[in-house]
Design a protein around this ligand. Sequence first.
Ligand code: 13P
Length: 258
Amino acid sequence: MPTRKPFVGGNWKMNLNRAEARALAQSVASALANGPAVEAAVFPPFPYLSDVGEVLGKVPGNAVKLGAQDFYHQPNGAFTGEVSLAMLKDLGVQVVLVGHSERRHVIGECDVLINTKVRAALDAGLEVILCVGEKLEQRELGQTDAINAAQMVYGLAGVKPEQMSRVTIAYEPVWAIGTGKNATPADAQSAHRRLRETLIHGLFGQAVGEAVRIQYGGSVKAANAKELFTQPDIDGGLIGGASLKAEEFAAIVKAAAK
Ligand code: 13P
């Protein structure tokens, strides 16, 4: 079985001001400098990407990647309010989120748009975290694995096997996001295993499917990170609220070290 390097992302969502974003980036990068054998990234709001990129670049031994929470797939043109992949690359962005539940369920992005974005980001040479996850009513109806598989299969339509080394899947049950409730390690492991089986048997075969990292997201804290991350198919996490505190986030990243 291939060893997958754990990957932890800090999704800052629509939080912080400029000074706070700079200070958080500084503290996170310093805490993780030359750090554990875990990949880490932060996803600041658009207006602070440039500042955070600059701060990260100045920390000696910085190991934290710069990520963006969103983008529009068209290269340029009359798309008021949108931000292109080229603009993000210009600022040093290496990895983007696609299909986050807040974009699916609050903003209203559909699977077709999500798939278009995944392919555009990969074609632009970026790394992608594709988020999937069921709502509470879907879980209660026993649809968790079906929803996850459908969102992942739609999201990855047309993606080439050789591009999959730049794709991470994030399983984020919607009912666990920002609620303080998280899936039990066993439930999360079961959902992750089913996603991996779909990658292997439905999409890309054994070698690629075993190599893809699957993060867990939803109320991950330093206190519960280790028990989640030690599950065999959980390869790190995507962290919201707890990523806004440098010490807490650094502890979560360290908990992902195998
Ligand atoms: P919380 O960690 O705040 O539950 O958010 C998870 C999330 O949505 C990360 O993308």
